[in-house]
Design a protein around this ligand. Structure first.
Ligand SMILES: O=C(O)c1cc(=O)[nH]c(=O)n1[C@@H]1O[C@H](COP(=O)(O)O)[C@@H](O)[C@H]1O
Length: 273
């Protein structure tokens, strides 16, 4: 497989820069008239795939909502990953994993190894056990043409306690940016070590000039961010940003056409890269 950074660049140039989240909140299942059980989860998630996987560049299923239903939920997640990819979308599996290196290698096998039932195109990772602890996942992703999005500055206000703390005159978040930049140095058109920076964080103080990698920007819609906030947070780095929205799109279901139209509407408000 070609490197993730290259595949993402192509997908965004063809389909536009939106990452649509598949977050089957129990409240959304109810709002769609579905039972809050594994069968409702399946209907919800596969409706999202039917509506969006043929049109949207990146789909981001949030693993927790599937795990909540145990093994039947995980089976649904496997189908979401496979069917979304079959329809041409890239799948970013939102698992926010981070562990000591030897265990991280097992998470890497689960999500980034060829042939694993849950292998996606990319995953979200948490570097707050130390960026270096993620090496087994970053290395495997590089070997298999997959990508990672490492949490740098998250959209929740509590994140600032850790992420904006200073260490050696730079914020912890900037240290994560610099680590990712080192991994991406020399890659063309774009490296495969991405970052997560919330669209809601305001003035981040981050220097993104050398990142040379994709930036996932959740917080669009339900968390209050729009185009103006994206411009404030990212300025000149906006061309590498993949804005993400979940609930603000999903509330338009269960009608497939209405859901698809909502996703396309959001996509078409975003700046073309
Ligand atoms: O990694 C993420 O996707 C993520 C990081 C972050 O800083 N903030 C954030 O909201 N997210 C995820 O993005 C999605 C946001 O959903 P909505 O607020 O419904 O658009 C959820 O799945 C969150 O877990």
């Amino acid at each position: 497989m070609a490197p993730f950074g290259a595949r993402l660049t192509t997908a965004v140039s063809v389909r536009g820069p939106l990452c649509a989240g598949i977050d089957p909140h129990p409240g959304l299942l109810e709002a769609w008239g579905l039972p809050v059980d594994a069968s409702g989860l399946e209907r919800f998630a596969l409706t999202c795939v039917e509506a969006m996987a043929g049109e949207i560049a990146v789909l981001k299923p949030q693993s927790a909502f599937f795990e909540a239903f145990g093994s039947r939920g995980i089976a649904v997640l496997e189908r979401v990953v496979a069917e979304s990819r079959d329809a041409g979308a890239l799948v970013l599996l939102d698992v926010k994993r981070g562990d000591i290196g030897s265990t991280m290698a097992a998470y890497a096998q689960a999500y980034l190894a060829d042939g694993s039932p849950l292998a996606a195109d990319a995953v979200t990772l948490s570097p707050y056990l130390g960026f270096g602890s993620l090496a087994p996942a970053l290395d495997l992703a590089d070997r298999t043409g997959r990508g990672v999005f490492v949490l740098a500055m998250t959209s929740n206000p509590e994140g600032a306690q850790v992420q904006r703390a200073l260490s050696d005159d730079r914020t912890i978040a900037q240290a994560m940016v610099d680590e990712a930049a080192a991994r991406n140095a020399g890659a063309s058109p774009l490296g495969s070590t991405g970052l997560v920076i919330g669209a809601t964080v305001g003035d981040s103080g981050l220097d993104l000039a050398k990142l040379n990698g994709p930036i996932l920007a959740p917080g669009l819609g339900a968390q209050g961010a729009g185009l103006a906030e994206l411009r404030t947070v990212f300025g000149g780095a906006l061309r590498h940003v993949l804005p993400a929205s979940s609930r603000d799109i999903l509330r338009h279901g269960p009608d497939v056409k209405a859901l698809r139209a909502a996703a396309l509407r959001v996509r078409d408000t975003l700046p073309v890269h």
